[in-house]
Design a binder for this molecule. Structure first.
Ligand SMILES: O=C(O)CCC(=O)C(=O)O
Ligand SMILES: [Fe+2]
Length: 381
């Protein structure tokens, strides 16, 4: 709803419909009409509490008055709870459901409660269990290709329309959206239904277009990845520059930037992860590569099979388990990467492939010389 858009600048920058809905030329399909068929949005206005989320993200850049206000609010709440954090950020966490007025409310986990309540594997145990079941690279490539070709497809008449155009909603679905402020300077936003409306279509497109081009870069990397952005290095894996944005991924990037109230940067990179087997996973780590800068904002949008995204403090205590529902968004901002680690553990089973789009801003000029990096401990992932 335009009236609720906080930033006039963002409104001006909204891309035209022609840009947002243009078809993927790779398919060589002609789109005859570019008029979106969706009715004007009847969604309820974004909850008032959402502005808190926006302010908190503004705090990344400078202590602007709204950000300062948010930080003060957080500190007041914490003081009330007699839990003002130590510098290391001990018990300093406050969670707010954005469409629920009760601060500190913990949301019920939507569906894979059983998985969520079982004891998470430790980094070591998940390494071990995954290593035991780990297929070879070739087996994985073959099995992923098999899987891609056997995925259920929508009926033929739907396929044409679905593949050539994905009509994004005017606004994200912020039902059950939660904001967590951790240690007064770190923000996590979880929007379980963020892009659920188009999740199935996006899934089909990414499986068809990108899964065959995604690679497992080394045996210990228990997932396949596809990179878009300037050249990037993580845990010794070097990803070559690829500035050829996939249309749908670019549209999602722009949707997050233009059509949400979250004050995120315009991401220039995305690491696309494909979890094709239940044993696929990413172990505990922080996204703290030099190229990401000091306080990176990372936005993860998930599609396909549901998994668990977990966050823990560096002392090992798990603080969150977010089910990665199709179309859900997890935003980490502020000092999250300094204070917390995250992982997606192996699962017992999964239905289809899980895809995560992890948007970031990368600046290759920030990469330090390899010699220096050797002295820094990094989690293997
Ligand atoms: O797949 C996910 O949700 C997490 C991926 C991740 O942490 C990463 O790519 O750094
Ligand atoms: Fe990560």
């Amino acid at each position: 709803m335009a009236a609720n858009r906080a930033s006039a600048k963002k409104m001006d920058c909204r891309p035209s419909l022609e840009h947002r809905y243009r078809p993927n030329e790779a398919y060589g399909r002609q789109l005859l009409g570019l008029t979106p068929t969706a009715e004007p949005s009847t969604a309820s206005p974004p909850p008032a509490g959402l502005m808190r989320a926006r302010r908190s993200l503004e705090g990344r850049h400078s202590i602007s008055p709204p950000a300062g206000e948010l930080l003060r609010n957080a500190e007041e709440i914490l003081r009330e709870n007699e839990q003002l954090p130590e510098a290391a950020g001990a018990e300093a966490e406050q969670r707010m459901s954005l469409d629920c007025d009760e601060p500190g409310q913990t949301s019920a986990l939507p569906s894979n409660e059983a998985a969520a309540t079982t004891e998470p594997p430790t980094a070591e145990s998940s390494e071990l269990s995954a290593a035991a079941a780990a297929p070879t690279s070739e087996e994985r490539q073959q099995s992923a290709a098999d899987q891609a070709s056997t995925l259920p497809k929508p009926p033929a008449e739907q396929l044409d329309a679905d593949i050539s155009q994905i009509i994004f909603p005017d606004e994200p679905d912020l039902t059950d959206c939660q904001q967590t402020i951790y240690a007064s300077d770190s923000t996590i936003i979880y929007a379980p239904k963020f892009l659920s409306e188009v999740a199935d279509q996006v899934y089909e497109r990414l499986i068809t277009d990108l899964l065959p081009q995604a690679f497992q870069h080394r045996p210990s990397e228990q997932r396949r990845v596809y990179w878009i952005g300037p050249s990037y290095t993580y845990s010794g894996v070097e990803l070559k520059e690829n500035l050829d944005w996939h249309q749908v991924i670019e549209d999602i990037r722009d949707f997050i930037y233009h059509d949400t109230q979250f004050d995120v940067p315009k991401f220039n990179s995305v690491l696309v992860n494909f979890y094709t087997e239940p044993g696929d996973r990413i172990p505990w780590h922080s996204d703290d590569e030099d190229e990401l800068g000091d306080r990176p904002t990372i936005a993860t949008v998930s599609f396909g099979a549901e998994r668990l995204f977990m966050l823990r403090r560096r002392d090992g205590n798990v603080t969150h388990r977010f089910p990665t529902l199709p179309g859900s968004l997890i935003l980490m901002a502020g000092n999250c990467q300094k204070r917390l680690q995250h992982q997606v553990p192996a699962a017992h089973s999964q239905n289809g492939v899980r895809i995560s789009l992890t948007f970031r801003v990368t600046k290759p000029e920030l990469r330090r010389k390899r010699l220096c990096r050797m002295t820094r401990p990094t989690a293997s992932r």
